[in-house]
Design a protein around this ligand. Structure first.
Ligand code: KG4
Ligand code: ZN
Length: 334
């Protein structure tokens, strides 16, 4: 039985990424072209520009990923791509490229869920044990997902409004930081000597859902009031208050979910997993409760194609291939 060498493509947002992954585990290459510099001047991702930038670099990224893998196109066993969720125009660029390649090479084509990718990024560096619980935190997602067995996803909680990363970016913007603002707020919070207390959105007592727009509004209200009174804002104390509120809710709900569903591991995934405050708080809490915490290295937390290759491998093993008339699913559910 020959190895599965999957070429994976990810273009759901503002990163054009192509990877070659062997057996869902070994990253032979994982090239990423970020558009952040282009979108920065607009304060966020502009969908139309994102699509155009993907078109400009996708062919080059495919060539580069194959070259860096040390293999040739003849060695590719399947082509995988992010089907959704994401920006429809951005997704389409990756999908058209992936379909064309699968057709030209005459190999199976595998459409993959972006969140399954973020979750299975953990598989590239750790061994998963089921059932496990994933806390997915990114610019577009805030979800608690239960994996009862390999490849089975059950969404048990999600944000009802803003995603965590989105709230970070909006708060950062109000404090005049460039996009993406998450890392700036993280750093500022760690430097704070005081804390401006902000509310926590627990929602209903038994709910695993999240809400961050009220917290974001509370931050904006503090900024406005300070300006109106002509006082100087303690931005660090505000960043700290915001971060503490976010982290407390994420940690409490994640650990409650882990216990309620008998999970053996907690997986942290998505771009916000880079947050030092969140990692430290989760690590401390998991340590105290004897719960193994899995976090991929930073490059595998943010959008990348290796995670798509890892998730696609599950389908490859089941012989679950996708028809070439597959469509982009901007609001794809797990
Ligand atoms: O997973 P990702 O690269 O893209 C999406 O699929 O959304 O996540 C990007 C998000 C941005 O909102 C960014 O501000 C946030 O992750 N982020 C952070 C940190 N690093 C990145 N948020 C808080 N603290 C950080 N250190
Ligand atoms: Zn993502």
């Amino acid at each position: 039985n020959k190895d599965a060498v999957i070429l994976a493509i990810e273009t759901s947002c503002d990163e054009t990424s192509v990877a070659v992954v062997r057996d869902g585990k070994h990253i032979l290459s994982n090239v990423i072209s970020s558009q952040i510099e282009v979108h920065k001047q607009f304060g966020g991702v502009v969908p139309e520009i994102a699509s155009r930038k993907h078109v400009e670099v996708i062919t080059l990224m495919i060539e580069q990923a194959v070259t860096e893998s040390g293999l040739t196109l003849k060695d590719i066993s399947a082509v995988a791509v992010t089907q959704g969720p994401g920006l429809v125009g951005a997704l389409l660029v990756g999908i058209v490229a992936a379909k064309s390649l699968a057709m030209a090479l005459d190999v199976p084509f595998i459409g993959t869920h972006h969140i399954a990718g973020h979750i299975y990024a953990n598989q590239l560096v750790h061994e998963l044990e089921y059932p496990c619980m994933a806390l997915v935190v990114s610019g577009g997602h805030t979800e608690l997902v239960l994996l009862e067995s390999e490849g089975s996803f059950r969404m048990i909680g999600r944000t009802r409004d803003d995603a965590v990363g989105e709230a970070y970016d909006k708060v950062a913007r109000a404090l005049k930081f460039p996009y993406p603002g998450g890392p700036h707020i993280d750093r500022l919070a760690s430097e704070a000597e005081k804390v401006i207390e902000l509310p926590r959105a627990w929602l209903e007592p038994d709910s695993y859902d999240f809400s961050f727009s009220g917290l974001k509004s509370a931050v904006l209200a503090v900024i406005n009031q300070t300006n109106m009174k002509g006082e100087t804002l303690n931005a660090a104390a505000l960043a700290r208050g915001f971060q503490e509120s976010v982290i407390e809710v994420l940690v409490e709900k994640a650990l409650r979910a882990v216990r309620a569903f008998g999970a053996k591991q907690l997986l942290l995934c998505g771009g916000v997993a880079a947050n030092r405050g969140l990692r430290a708080a989760l690590a401390a809490r998991c340590d105290k409760e004897g719960m193994p915490l899995l976090v991929p290295p930073h490059k595998l937390c943010t959008d990348n194609a290796a995670m798509i290759g890892a998730a696609a491998y599950l389908k490859w093993q089941q012989g679950e291939f996708t028809s070439l008339d597959m469509k982009a699913e901007p609001n794809f559910s797990l």
